[in-house]
Design a protein around this ligand. Structure first.
Ligand code: CA
Ligand code: CA
Length: 92
């Protein structure tokens, strides 16, 4: 089941990557990602994620393909989900 879930998530990531226009959320996520990526290798490792407590706690979930590092796409998806969840919470 986990593999199927990961596949769906990766398909979603590809859809995001294919979008021509970058939305505000994506731009913000990318700039945050660059800040977190201390050694600038284009990936956020577990120790780098620890700069952000929320991210460190969600690391296993954010790392969709479970390769031990967070890619920019995984980070954007994480931020997208967080925003969607936040919007639902505020809709009272
Ligand atoms: Ca890094
Ligand atoms: Ca990953």
């Amino acid at each position: 089941m986990r593999i199927l879930f990961a596949f769906i998530m990766i398909s979603m990531l590809s859809a995001i990557a294919c979008a021509e226009e970058k939305n505000e959320l994506q731009m913000k996520a990318e700039s945050e990602f660059k800040t977190l990526d201390s050694n600038q290798d284009g990936l956020v490792a577990k120790d780098e994620a620890e700069q952000n407590m929320d991210l460190a706690q969600s690391f296993a979930t954010v790392d969709v393909d479970q390769n031990g590092v967070i890619s920019v796409e995984e980070y954007i998806l994480y931020k997208g989900d967080a925003a969607a969840a936040g919007m639902k919470e505020h809709r009272e």
